[in-house]
Write a protein that binds this ligand. Sequence first.
Ligand SMILES: O=C(O)CCC(=O)C(=O)O
Ligand SMILES: [Fe+2]
Length: 289
Amino acid sequence: MSEVRFAVQSLAEDAELCWRDLQRRGLERNIAELAVLGYTVVTPEQVAGGEDVTIARDELIALAKAAGAESTDFTTYEEGLSFELYHLVKQGRVFERWLLNPTILALGRYLLGSRMILNNSLGYVKAKTDKYLAVHSDSLMVPDPLPEYLHLVNFTIALTDYTLEGGCIGIVPGSHRLRRHPSAAEERLYAAMKPIECPAGSVIVIPGNTWHGAFPKSNSGLRVTLVQAYSRQYFTPSVTHRIDEEIINRNPPEFAQLLGRKLFTNFDEKGLNLDNFAHAYMSQKSHYA
Ligand SMILES: O=C(O)CCC(=O)C(=O)O
Ligand SMILES: [Fe+2]
């Protein structure tokens, strides 16, 4: 078992580390917006996705078409939700790279702790539609009152420009402070949604307590989105963590951790991995380091 450092011993160091990482990436405005507004938009310059914006966009369109999306006008099981693609992290190197985007990871670790795991790896391809996506919070299965700290955060990577006519996401600013899910009536409160217009390559950070939906899409063309949601390590992921070991092995150790390879839970008759177990006690090991 590795040396255990008690969380309180490394508190000052961890807090400094976290702050320096956020500062180095110019994310001070973003964390202030998260606190006050309940969401933030990270600029393409901060995200630095480069060519991976268009590569991922083209791959998602190709995957959607191959899956027959055109035959349903890019609609899916839920009104207002665009065609959905699942478990992208195992479907191409570009999605592996996005999983490790340093700006996303810095914000994720600040919001969810350094042991966070992947909760979802989704793609959306959206065509013209007159339907809204109902207002909701992504803290599925979490009962009211929602906790003040977050269980999960949705990082919505806009791979095409987000505009109101293009059916962008709408967010209800300040809704995170209510710490509850919308009621059935509030799910239709589209007038309270602020359209989140931003250029391709931006990342919209939507913490699990924040109410959001999406606008109808009146223009032609496709809106393309990669969603990476991360959660704290105790929260059951929506997408499976089963993935070829080859993919785990060709990536840095943080990839394995995001795919749940450092969890102490789900052990068998051989029992605990004590290195991983050391992180289970809140008195031991830090949140950030
Ligand atoms: O991209 C959208 O249209 C909204 C989807 C949504 O609610 C989500 O990703 O949680
Ligand atoms: Fe959502």
